[in-house]
Design a binder for this molecule. Structure first.
Ligand code: FES
Length: 245
């Protein structure tokens, strides 16, 4: 299949970017979107042009490194799908596809499609450590956890930190990311010791970064490759209020 790509090219944060148009003639429906960019880059290198910079690592929807705005949607048109798991069979021969980096003030462009998402790392770091006893692993049944809590904690813990929630939010809020990290530990016995200081520190760090606030658009939930519910944000807000009483 033949695809035309309009890709955002920007040499660095300080220079103006622009869309550049490329055509890939040898795309295959079974290729992932990142493999399409690989093919394009081989073409560009063969023509002595600079390849398009983009983030990736596992290419299995696990690590959260990939993240592109594809035709105006974070990670493209497929629900619960990271960019690396998006396949060309979801496009038509002859399509023109627009590819942009995450757009958010808290995610400055490094180059082309690569943005600096270290603001999310700083929120995580503000959460600090979890107090656990060292030594051999405790016998599993000695730490009873209600199944509903275990399931919910696992759902929240699946956040891969890709930043799609920020990119899709009209306020560029990191509320879903932060809430997922807070919520999963608040549901487990291991997260209780630092529960109050964690929610305070993480939400305050979120506020000091260049993210906006949540106004319940729910775009974050719609684009999250892990399908994390915005219920997490309500849980975070309750945790925050309770931390002061
Ligand atoms: S490259 Fe790891 S989630 Fe996409």
């Amino acid at each position: 299949m033949k695809l035309t790509l309009k890709i955002w090219r920007q040499a660095s944060l300080d220079v103006t970017g622009q869309f550049c148009q490329y055509t890939v003639e040898q795309a295959h429906p079974d290729m992932s979107f990142l493999e399409l960019l690989d093919v394009l880059n081989e073409q560009l290198i063969a023509q002595d042009q600079l390849p398009v910079e983009f983030d990736h690592d596992c290419r299995e929807g696990i690590c959260g490194s990939c993240g592109l705005m594809i035709n105006g949607q974070a990670h493209g048109s497929q629900t619960k799908t990271a960019t690396c798991q998006l396949y060309l069979r979801h496009f038509q021969d002859g399509d023109i596809i627009t590819v942009e980096p995450w757009r958010a003030r808290a995610f400055p462009v490094i180059k082309d499609l690569v943005v600096d998402r270290s603001a999310l790392d700083r929120i995580m770091a503000a959460g600090g450590y979890v107090s656990v006893k060292t030594g051999s692993a405790a016998e599993a049944n000695s730490l009873p956890i209600p199944k509903a809590n275990a399931d919910l904690a696992f759902d929240y813990a699946t956040c891969i930190g890709c930043g799609a929630c920020v990119a899709a939010c009209p306020n560029a809020s990191a509320s879903l990311f932060t809430a997922a990290k807070i919520a999963h530990l608040s549901l487990l016995p291991q997260g209780q010791v630092e529960r109050q200081q964690r929610v305070q520190a993480m939400t305050e760090q979120m506020a000091t970064e260049d993210f906006g606030d949540c106004s319940n658009h729910a775009e974050c939930e719609a684009v999250c490759p892990q399908g994390i519910s915005i219920d997490a944000i309500a849980r975070m807000r309750r945790e925050y209020v309770k931390a002061f009483f």
